[in-house]
Design a binder for this molecule. Structure first.
Ligand SMILES: O=c1ccn([C@@H]2O[C@H](COP(=O)(O)O)[C@@H](O)[C@H]2O)c(=O)[nH]1
Length: 237
C-alpha cells in the first residue's frame, strides 16, 4: 500500500475532473512533480475508463474516486475488475454499510501487499446540515461523519474521506492510523463553488489530513503547476 506522505507537495492530490483524456494527461504531466497522487474521478473515468487510469498512472500513483455503493457482491466484483488497473487508492461510500466494506476489503486483499488503500466516503463535502437533513439524517454533518467513520474502519476501511471540518474529530476518535483524505479544500480567497464544508490547505493539514484533494483551484488556474506549488508552500510538515 502507498505510504502516507510526510509533508509538502506529496500531500496534494489534484482532482483531474475533465472528460477530455488529452487535457487530463496534459494536467498530469504538468502536475506530476508538484503532488503525491493524481485523482481520477467519475467524469474522467466515465469518459475514458481504464485506459485513463493507465495513462495517468504513468505520471503518479492514481486515486480512483468512483465512490462504489452497491450490494456487497457487486462492490466486490467492481473491485475485482478495477484491481488490474493498480490504483493506489479506491473510494466506496460508507453508507453501503459494514458488509459492503468488508466484502471490498476481502477482495482488495487478493492483490497482496500492493493493494489499494480503501477509503470510505463519509458525508460529501458539498453537503451542509440542511442537505443532510433532507436525506433523513437529523444529526449534524460532524456527528454523522463520526458515526460512519467508526463503522467503516471497524468493517475494514483503511481510511476515510471527510471534510477538513471533521478531520480533527476523526483523529481524536480513531487515532493516527486511518488515512484521512480531505477534499473541500480551498486556498485563501478561492471560490468555494459547490463545496459546503471547507477550510484552507494549512487548516486541513493542521487538523490531521494526510492528503488534501484540490480540484478547480489548481486545474482552473492559468498555471496549474504554479497553483499547486503555491499550495505546497503553504502546507506545514
Ligand atoms: O466528499 C467529497 C468526496 C469527493 N470529492 C471530490 O473531490 C474533488 C474536489 O474538487 P474541487 O474542484 O476541489 O471542489 C472532486 O473531484 C470531488 O468529486 C469531494 O469534493 N467531496
Amino acid at each position: 500500500m502507498l505510504a502516507k506522505p510526510t509533508g509538502g507537495a506529496a500531500r496534494i492530490i489534484p482532482a483531474l475532473d475533465t472528460g477530455d483524456l488529452a487535457r487530463a494527461e496534459a494536467l498530469a504531466a504538468a502536475l506530476a512533480g508538484r503532488c503525491g497522487v493524481l485523482k481520477v474521478g467519475l467524469e474522467l473515468f466515465c469518459a475514458a475508463g481504464g485506459p485513463a487510469v493507465a495513462a495517468i498512472a504513468r505520471h503518479a500513483p492514481v486515486f480512483l474516486d468512483l465512490k462504489l455503493h452497491d450490494i456487497p457482491n457487486t462492490v466486490a466484483g467492481a473491485l475485482r475488475s478495477l484491481l488490474p488497473l493498480r490504483p493506489a487508492m479506491v473510494t466506496l461510500h460508507a453508507g453501503g454499510g459494514p458488509a459492503m466494506i468488508a466484502a471490498a476489503r476481502a477482495e482488495a486483499e487478493k492483490a497482496g501487499a500492493d493493494r489499494p488503500i480503501l477509503l470510505a466516503v463519509t458525508v460529501l463535502t458539498s453537503m451542509d446540515a440542511a442537505a443532510l437533513a433532507a436525506t433523513g439524517v437529523a444529526d449534524t454533518p460532524a456527528e454523522q461523519v463520526r458515526r460512519l467513520a467508526k463503522m467503516a474502519v471497524a468493517a475494514g476501511a483503511d481510511g476515510l474521506v471527510c471534510s477538513p471540518r471533521e478531520a480533527a474529530l476523526l483523529r481524536a476518535d480513531l487515532g493516527p492510523g486511518p488515512a484521512l483524505v480531505v477534499p473541500g479544500v480551498r486556498p485563501p480567497g478561492s471560490d468555494a463553488g459547490d463545496q459546503a464544508r471547507i477550510a484552507t490547505p494549512a487548516e486541513a493539514v493542521a487538523a490531521g489530513a494526510d492528503w488534501i484533494v484540490v480540484g478547480r483551484p489548481i486545474t482552473g488556474a492559468p498555471d496549474p503547476a504554479a497553483a499547486a506549488a503555491a499550495i505546497a508552500a503553504g502546507i506545514p510538515d
